[in-house]
Design a protein around this ligand. Structure first.
Ligand code: NAD
Length: 482
């Protein structure tokens, strides 16, 4: 293994927070205005890098959810559904442009509230969120061309619930296609990362979107459940855990609400002996340690062909030693803070389980920031088998399991042996091998010689317990149309 000189480190390069305005208290965004909650309850949102409070956020109760749905219905019936697509498009383009203008501010707030490195929120989350608004704005007046002879019509009011791993991006995935198709929206972001959605509410108000077209209400599971159960919601779009996805499916069974579920994952990342090994190692790092492993499509199960496994594991460990775990706002940081204390506890629980089941642990020797905050070293496990819980269950942290294989048939069987089916990766020099695997792997998205790449034109979604329905591309439009 390479020996690294640990005497020197990069000088800190923190992103400035001078231009950021975060209010001490946030209200609900209903009918185009920020209004205090009828529930009179507020909860704290914390900075996971310090454990300290950033702001207080309103918790929407049943009455607040009802007001938000009523505002969305009124906006839908009185103007949004009647507005020509080309006029709707102008508003969506405006949101996209404002998001680009204020990108730096959104990136910093995303990293403060969620713990992800500023390099990611600045280069991935925020530009991709804007790209989704641009892309779907372009479709708003072309729905008849997208779905010829089908007379596409909006569904009505969409209730949308998002998780904490890509807060603004998930909101964009949901709001942009819904508006382009002529629906109005009530969005509930995750309780640990509500701030960029609330900033988006400010931006939407600045874009002069007619009142009630987008409503943003904050709260935890009970708020989400009230939105799901509201009788005047026509469609639920949910991204989150498989466990909550199942609860939602039960709750709306027997109603005529439309549903899309984007749920958990346990992606196989498969390295063949003919792959470019150094490039594949970068792909493994990007696949699992990107965003602290808080990625539904994270490449959390690595399969390496036996003949190159020693080399891959050695190179991977060397590369892990160079990763910097630190302040999310520092531009040198590769791995930021774990999103919450509860999530850190979950990750630690799985590390203990793996050790108990006989897996061999390797963690990089990097230093962790002192003081408060929730941190986890990049971790990998060898000596695991298909039945190990860390191989089967979603951990949602920077924890990789490594297994070897000899033949294509063996790796396809192993890769498909999971309740999930969201994504996978294949690394090989042979195009034919890629096409063979993409046909046989049961995963909604398969990357070849790359990993974790997203584009608004490309549909995203899963098989099996990873959910159903697609977001992105034309498929993402059809989820919001009759
Ligand atoms: P979660 O299911 O705990 O919460 C997701 C959202 O649902 C939150 O806004 C939460 O407040 C809300 N919620 C909780 N209980 C609810 C209920 N009973 N009814 C309605 N809403 C309720 O998930 P999480 O921990 O925030 O996110 C992590 C999960 O999200 C992981 O499993 C990850 O794989 C998944 N995810 C999937 C995708 C995808 O595209 N497939 C993308 C991102 C995240």
């Amino acid at each position: 293994m390479l020996k690294f000189n640990t005497e020197w480190t990069y000088a800190p390069a923190p992103e400035s927070t001078d231009h950021i305005r975060i209010d001490p208290e946030y209200q609900l965004f209903i009918g185009g205005q920020f209004v205090p909650p009828k529930s009179k309850i507020y909860f704290d949102t914390l900075n996971p890098a310090t454990g300290k409070k950033i702001s207080s956020v309103a918790e929407a109760g049943k009455k607040d959810v009802d007001l938000a749905v009523k505002a969305a219905r009124k906006a839908y019936e009185s103007y949004w559904k009647k507005m020509p697509g080309k006029e709707r498009a102008k508003y969506i383009y405006r949101i996209a442009r404002l998001l680009q203008e204020r990108a730096r501010e959104f990136a910093v707030i995303e990293s403060m509230d969620g713990g992800k490195p500023i390099r990611e929120s600045r280069d991935i989350d925020i530009p991709l969120a804007a790209a989704h608004f641009f892309y779907y704005a372009g479709w708003a007046d072309k729905l008849d061309y997208a779905f010829p002879n089908q007379k596409p019509k909006a569904l009505g009011v969409a209730g949308q619930i998002t998780p904490w791993n890509f807060p603004l991006l998930m909101a964009a995935w949901k709001i942009a296609p819904a508006l382009a198709c002529g629906n109005t929206v009530v969005l509930k972001p995750a309780e640990t990362t509500p701030l960029t959605a609330l900033k988006l509410a400010e931006l939407i108000r600045d874009a002069d979107l007619p009142p009630g077209v987008v409503n943003i209400i904050t709260g935890a599971g009970a708020t989400g459940a009230a939105l799901v159960e509201h009788p005047d919601v026509d469609k639920i779009a949910f991204t989150g855990s498989t466990q909550v996805g199942k609860i939602i499916q039960h709750a709306i069974a027997g109603t005529d609400k439309k549903l899309t579920l984007e749920l958990g994952g346990k992606a196989a990342n498969i390295i063949f002996e003919d792959a470019t090994i150094d490039q594949a190692v970068e792909g493994i790092i990007n696949g699992i340690y990107f965003n602290q492993g808080h990625v539904c499509c994270a490449g959390s199960r690595l399969f390496v062909q036996e003949s190159v496994s020693k080399t891959v594991i050695r190179k991977l460990k060397d590369r892990m030693e160079t990763l910097i775990v630190g302040d999310p706002l520092d531009k040198n940081t590769d791995i930021g803070a774990i999103n919450s204390k509860e999530q850190l506890q979950t990750i630690r629980k799985y590390i203990k389980i793996a050790k108990r089941e006989g897996a061999e642990l390797y963690q990089s020797s990097c230093s962790l920031p002192r003081g408060g905050g929730y941190w986890c070293r990049p971790t990998l496990f060898t000596n695991v088998s298909q039945s190990n819980r860390v191989v089967q269950e979603e951990i949602f942290g920077p924890v990789l399991t490594i297994q070897t294989f000899r033949t294509v048939e063996e790796v396809i069987k192993k890769a498909n042996n999971t309740p999930y089916g969201l994504s996978a990766g294949v690394w090989t020099d042979k195009g034919a091998k890629i096409f063979n695997l993409t046909k046989q792997l049961r995963a909604g998205v398969i990357w070849a010689n790359t990993f974790n790449k997203f584009d608004p034109t490309s549909p995203f979604g899963g098989y099996k317990e990873s959910g159903f329905g697609r977001e992105g591309g034309l498929h993402g439009l059809s989820a919001y149309l009759k």
